[in-house]
Each structure stands twice: as C-alpha cells, then as structure tokens.
Design a binder for this molecule. Sequence first.
Ligand SMILES: NC(=O)c1ccc[n+]([C@@H]2O[C@H](COP(=O)([O-])OP(=O)(O)OC[C@H]3O[C@@H](n4cnc5c(N)ncnc54)[C@H](OP(=O)(O)O)[C@@H]3O)[C@@H](O)[C@H]2O)c1
Length: 274
Amino acid sequence: MSPSTLLPDAGILGFIGCGQLGRSLVRGFIEAGVVDPERVVIAARSSAAETAKALGVRSATAIEVAGEADVIILAVKPADAPRLVTGLHFQLGQIVISVVAGVPRSRLQVSPASLLRVMPNTACRVGRGTTALLNSGDELPEDLALARALFEAVGVVFELPDEGLFHAVTALSASGPAFLFTAMDALTDGAVAAGLPRDLARRMVVSTFVGATALAAVPGSMPASLRDEITSPAGTTIRGLQVLEQRAFRGALVEAVVASAERSKELAREAEKS
Ligand SMILES: NC(=O)c1ccc[n+]([C@@H]2O[C@H](COP(=O)([O-])OP(=O)(O)OC[C@H]3O[C@@H](n4cnc5c(N)ncnc54)[C@H](OP(=O)(O)O)[C@@H]3O)[C@@H](O)[C@H]2O)c1
C-alpha cells in the first residue's frame, strides 16, 4: 500500500491529544507523504490552536475529530483516555488507533468503530520510529494493513500477538530512547571532562551512536561480540568497561526496563479503576 492510498479518498486523519508523541507523528506522517497537512485535524485540551498553527494543520474539538476523521489516533495521557473516549461518538468504518501506554483495549469503548493498539516512539518524527502493532487475531485484516502501512511509512513495525507484551515494549522502545539520551548526555560530559570542547563532544557522541547502531543492525551481529571486537587485552576499552561493571551499568539498564514495564502495568491497573 503506497502512502497516497493509505487513507480513503479525501480521508481525514485525526488526533485526539497532540502533545510530544502526537506532534512527532503528525510531522512524520506529513514528511513521509502519508497525508497532506490539510487532511489532518487535531484536538487537545487547551493547546490545539497553537499546536495546529505550528504544524500547519487544522484544530477542532475532540467531539468534532471523532465526528469527522476516518482514522483517529488517540494520544492523550493514560489517566485521561478511558473517560474521554466514553464521552465521544464514533461511527462504523472509523479506525481508532490507541497509542496510550498501559491502557488495555478493553478500557476504551469506541464501538461501532474499530480499535487498534499501537505503541510507537517519537523517532517516527524523523522516519526512524519503532512501532509495535497488536495483532491478536480479533482485528480486521484491512485495519491492520492500514495501520501497518501508516507506521511503516515512518519507521519499522513489529506485530505482537499478545497485549500483555505491550508493557515490555513500552519500556523498551517507547521509554528506552530516554535511557539512551541519558547515556549520550553522560558520554558528552565524560568527553568534556577528558578535554573535548562540548559542541564537538556532542556531535561525536551522536556520530558514535549512529555508527554503533549501524553495526548492531547488520543481520546476525550481536552487541556482545561487537563489544569484544574493540576490547583488546590491557587496552583502553577494557579499562572503561571495568568502571561500568563496578558501577553496575548493565544491571541499572536491566532494572530500568523492568521498572518502566512495571509502571506500565500500574497504569493498566489505574485505568481499570477509572
Ligand atoms: N511521549 C512518548 O514518547 C510516547 C511514546 C509512546 C506512547 N506514548 C503515549 O502517548 C500518549 C501521549 O503522550 P505524550 O507524551 O504525547 O503526552 P503529552 O505531551 O502530555 O500530550 C498529551 C496530549 O493530550 C491532550 N489532552 C489531554 N486531555 C485532553 C482532553 N480531555 N481532550 C483532548 N486532548 C486532551 C493534551 O492537550 P493540552 O496540551 O492542551 O493539555 C496534549 O495534547 C500517552 O498515553 C503516552 O503513554 C508516548
């Protein structure tokens, strides 16, 4: 499915909630040619007009978006999502795509529209997103095909058969970039401490990450083997790795992902009560 055929003729792509993630998706979809700006309509609580102006799209109320859009991306905070959706009226033929962390499909009543669960990340803004798409067997194939094509236009899509896996995915690919940005920031400080000017250090950190991820992306390569390749006996790398081991760097990352997944489970429990 090519981007130009993603939406029905003159179809409207709506966003209910357009904050950090919503804006990234709007920018990514427009940049990828999935949708023209004049066919995007966004709703927010108080920032819709300002956000719409910045993105070059139209703003409306959530009720209006639910009334007119063919595909609606629900991108509000988990605590707001179930109650907000209950107050809206959807129609048969519409597809609602929830990107809300933690909240299971059972808590979002969008009938008679179809509901899909997706977990993207903000790298969709630059066409390098990582998106999980729930394919539990209940979804219509044509709805899944549309969502897959939409998010493949802005990155890579992984289909998951079980909604329970979304907690781990949220921790890894949605929250995970924040762990990596923290590492990049710290490496920059380390390079400054070792004598590099900050701007040069910042640019070299980004380039180092790009190179390392390109190596890790080669089919069949393993991060541990790539690490061993650059770790010569009594060399500079092993000295640095020793410090990371002493400071439990690996354990901290493992625990960060597990803690983030636990928070996603908590959000699901909170959504059950709301
Ligand atoms: N950020 C990420 O990297 C990421 C990744 C994957 C999934 N998610 C999920 O995406 C969702 C949004 O996250 P975010 O980081 O984009 O949050 P955010 O920046 O706080 O944006 C939330 C948006 O929802 C709007 N909103 C709140 N209540 C509303 C209402 N009653 N009616 C209409 N709009 C309403 C807000 O409008 P105002 O600005 O006017 O208040 C804002 O536009 C969350 O469920 C999160 O779990 C986020």
